[in-house]
Design a protein around this ligand. Sequence first.
Ligand code: HSE
Length: 377
Amino acid sequence: MQVGLLGHGVVGSGVRRIIDDMNAKKNACLCIKRILVKDENEMVEDRMTRNIDDIILDQDIQLVVECMGGKEPAHTFVERALESGKHVVTSNKKMLASYGDELFELARKNGVKLLYEASVGGGIPWMAELRRIRRIDDIECFEGIFNGTTNYILSRMDAEGCEFDEMLVQAQSLGYAERDPSDDIDGYDVAYKTALSCLAAFDCYVDPQEIPVWGIRNITKKDMEYANEHGFSIKLLGKGEKKDGILQCSVMPCFVPRGGTFASVPLNYNAISSVSETLGKAVFTGQGAGSLPTAHAVVQDMLDIATGADIAEHSITACSVDESTEVTCYIRNCSIPVQYVSEKVDADTVITVPLSYAKLKELTDNTRGVMVIEVKK
Ligand code: HSE
């Protein structure tokens, strides 16, 4: 199958390398015919182009692989590819979480596939496993570490007492972070991945902007010390649960017990658990960011399309997020009215009484420097 690859950055160049290596070993059913690049100085091979029409209008190209990142022009290019009857594989969670309902419908109408394994959990076969579990069970809930950049920062701050800013620069230089790392450290990248996991786990399309989100931008050594003294690590977790038709999801840093599922997940690794009736709790782990692990997941989707592997279709319903779930939190650097405080840790830190996500947002949004961490019950 002939492929048009959109983007030749961290993930796109990894996809090109894996496919070319497979072809060199003469065991590939895929061939990258054209590669869309952004700048003139990236045009280092004949198959590279800066004109999307060279891919969309090429009848020999049956599969378009989008690794550009960002909402536009990725969204328009994917839309055009689907409209012209080409299958699409994407690693772009921001674009897909924002336009998923429209794009899955377009794929269905045109009788083509739209696969997105690499957009959630990097190299971990999380979407594939959800599809397999759902052949037997309904998914009750999932939770996990979905972001390699923040896990890299948190695990090195925890193990070595490093500073936040220094570790962010390292995660960027290792190719883990988004072009604008705000999406990573403010939790939005996890919100996109949580929204896409709700799609695959529950067939629910949720607008990522509706998900209550807190990030790790303001974490300090002081928070790490508090966690250590109490037998915890701090991890940024995305969660989803559907019960009696009500969807709950959130993104929040959490104190997780040392020795538990998530505390020892290192560096750029992700770990995601699901709970379902006959399988019970299952945990999936692997590298959640980086060129080749993410490209591996992209190529797995490409092979599924090229070999006609059977993949369940989505029938999606738009869902709203219930914000009434209550959580107990550690909050630093925010003035919390006394009726919501259960314990004063020190002059600028409190533990709250259980608060709904809605109330917590009202109390902490727009407070510069605030750090919110869920205290697990
Ligand atoms: N910036 C993302 C992360 C890349 O750090 O997890 C993979 O989605």
